[in-house]
Design a protein around this ligand. Structure first.
Ligand code: G3I
Length: 302
């Protein structure tokens, strides 16, 4: 196949991009997106600050634009993200104890309920662990205690029972203290019947990334009975070194049958959050980079 989405589809996988609905009206942005990708995720539009600026008052306009674009093009939609320590609206910051618990559950019910049936997989909880494997001391952790992640997954399951429910994090690009801790949590959830279906590996990488245990790490999670997804892939750098990392990540996903797809964290270097690092597959003029060819070849089985 001659597009990323088409090539990924040959093995039943998706190839997606994070999108900003503000750019969907730009011809070059939309044409690259529509041609190459068969899945999208909102880069910011479905986060807590965007969707519930005041408690109980939801604002779905930007998120709905992403979903309706995807629907009109037959693309899947990942949901990102129901609960995160970052990008919380100001009103959440002041809450303690059961008020925060009710706010979290109300948020999950409101957002996952609104998009019920339209999201392939939700990042229910994002970035709850530290590098050393301890829990991040967020307001959620401090106010609600260790059980908050499980509570979030149960609420998401109630709101959208058809969506796959993922835990998503960065720095989990191999076997290390952080991925070990997440592994133990997922194993415990599976043993106790807490509804978790997938783990997202963000994969914000650099051209010198050590990927020696990347595939093995995906596989050990898959062996727990969950899907694994590469959810926010981008690689600082350029040329052959950048292409090598994109190629190896793609090859690792293709080698793991439960790796269901790859999402790059944007379409073009022009709008990447890593504005000086040219980390994506299309340059700022929407030209295909060396890394694009490397990914396409792997997806095509080369
Ligand atoms: O929308 C406001 C706009 O109203 C305001 O005028 C402008 C002024 O700074 O800010 C705009 O919001 C920015 C938003 O992106 C939309 O452009 C925020 O300041 C900025 O902080 C925000 O950055 C996003 C970041 O998450 C927030 O933490 C990035 O675009 C987004 O790529 C990034 O994505 C995260 C994933 O969600 C989780 N994993 C890591 C990844 C990279 O940090």
């Amino acid at each position: 196949a001659d597009t990323l989405g088409g090539a990924a589809a040959q093995s039943g996988r998706y190839f997606g991009a994070a999108v900003d609905p503000g750019h969907l009206g730009e011809g070059d942005y939309a044409s690259a997106l529509n041609r190459e990708f068969n899945s999208v995720v909102a880069e910011n539009a479905m986060k807590w600050d965007a969707t519930e600026p005041n408690q109980g008052q939801f604002s779905f306009g930007a998120g709905d634009q992403v979903v309706s674009h995807a629907r009109s093009k037959g693309m899947k939609v990942r949901g990102h993200t129901l609960v995160w320590h970052s990008q919380q609206p100001a009103w959440v910051r002041g809450l303690t104890g059961d008020s925060l618990r009710r706010a979290m559950i109300g948020h999950i019910s409101g957002v996952a309920g609104h998009y019920r049936g339209q999201i392939s997989s939700w990042d229910v909880v994002n970035e709850a662990f530290e590098w050393d494997g301890s829990r991040r001391q967020s307001n959620l952790q401090q106010q609600l205690g260790n059980g908050w992640i499980e509570e979030a997954f149960r609420a998401a399951d109630a709101a959208d029972p058809g969506a796959k429910l993922c835990y998503n994090d960065y720095g989990t690009d191999g076997i290390n203290a952080k991925s070990d801790a997440i592994y133990r949590m997922v194993k415990d959830f599976r043993n106790r019947g807490v509804p978790i279906d997938c783990v997202g590996f963000q994969s914000h990488l650099d051209s010198n990334a050590d990927l020696s245990t990347y595939r093995q790490n995906l596989q050990r999670f898959a062996d727990l009975g969950v899907d694994v997804e590469i959810t926010e892939l981008d690689v600082g750098g350029s040329g052959a070194a950048q292409a090598r990392v994109f190629r190896d990540v793609t090859a690792a996903c293709v080698a793991v049958s439960r790796c269901t797809g790859i999402t790059t964290w944007g379409v073009t270097d022009k709008y990447s959050w890593r504005s000086q690092e040219t980390p994506l597959l299309f340059d700022s003029a929407y030209r295909k980079k060396a890394a694009y060819g490397a990914v396409l070849d792997v997806l095509n089985g080369a």
